[in-house]
Write a protein that binds this ligand. Structure first.
Ligand code: PEP
Length: 247
């Protein structure tokens, strides 16, 4: 059954008290069988969230691909496994652009997370100059081919895709439902061509980019949009709960 997911990307925000308060309110939300909430938290709150966890999945925003070693300041997948974290976010445009993460590194991180049986939300999406040239489809296909499509038919089942047009992230400029649905349909078609109908039909494809409580219902009503990856609007429990109720 295809899952409908709201995933919160808290980025480098919140205090521990605020994080726990939002998390506890999310734990009270009633979910249907096919619905899921994921919180991608700063590392420093992961342990505390896990102590409070009932059904909300706890995810990390990043990790270093080496299992251990002399990498001062880094966190490995083994640290995440030790905390029993269930999910990781890979390929976010902020990591690609601000931290120069290459396709090769993203592919390696996907392989490490797959090998360690973590759920992965893989982000892709085009910058504004690519959208203006109408090259967004080929751009996103290239990202999936470079980062993801080497996985086999079993491994790909650990992946949900978040389509996040870079021009919509944190800008207040949400993609129109038509722009978003067209891209989601295209992404599903690419997955189908590579992995077949059943896998593409089961895959959750989330929209990210200035999604909020005002526009989420319209976006989530689209056939190929199975929820959202939410940044700014995930920092207030009330707004996030409204977004979840529109799943
Ligand atoms: C994000 O960074 O993943 C995101 C979707 O941010 P925002 O909702 O703030 O645009």
């Amino acid at each position: 059954m295809r899952k409908n997911i709201v995933a919160a990307n808290w980025k480098m925000n919140l205090t521990k008290k605020e994080a726990l308060s939002i998390f506890e309110q999310l734990e009270e939300v009633q979910l249907k069988d096919n619905q899921e909430i994921i919180v991608f938290s700063p590392y420093v709150f992961l342990d505390a969230l896990k102590q409070k966890q009932k059904k909300v999945k706890v995810g990390a925003q990043n990790f270093h691909p080496a299992p251990h070693g002399a990498y001062t300041g880094k966190v490995s997948i083994n640290h995440l496994l030790d905390l029993e974290v269930e999910c990781v976010l890979i390929g976010h445009s902020e990591r690609r652009m601000l931290f120069n993460e290459s396709d090769e590194l993203i592919k390696t991180k996907i392989d490490v997370a797959v090998e360690n049986k973590l759920e992965i939300v893989f982000c892709c999406g085009e910058p504004i100059d690519i959208r203006n040239k109408s090259s967004h489809c080929s751009y996103v296909l290239q990202q999936m081919e470079a980062n993801l499509f080497h996985l086999d038919h079993e491994q790909i089942k650990q992946i949900s895709i978040a389509y996040e047009p870079v021009w919509a992230i944190g800008t207040g400029k949400t993609a129109t439902t038509e722009q978003a649905e067209n891209m989601h349909r295209f992404i599903r078609m690419c997955v189908e061509q590579r992995y077949g109908f059943e896998i593409s039909n089961e895959m959750s494809i989330l929209y990210g980019g200035s999604c909020n409580a005002t526009n989420s219902s319209e976006l989530f009503a689209c056939e190929n949009i199975d929820g959202g990856l939410i940044g700014g609007a995930s920092l207030k429990a009330e707004e996030l709960c409204k977004i979840i109720s529109s799943l």
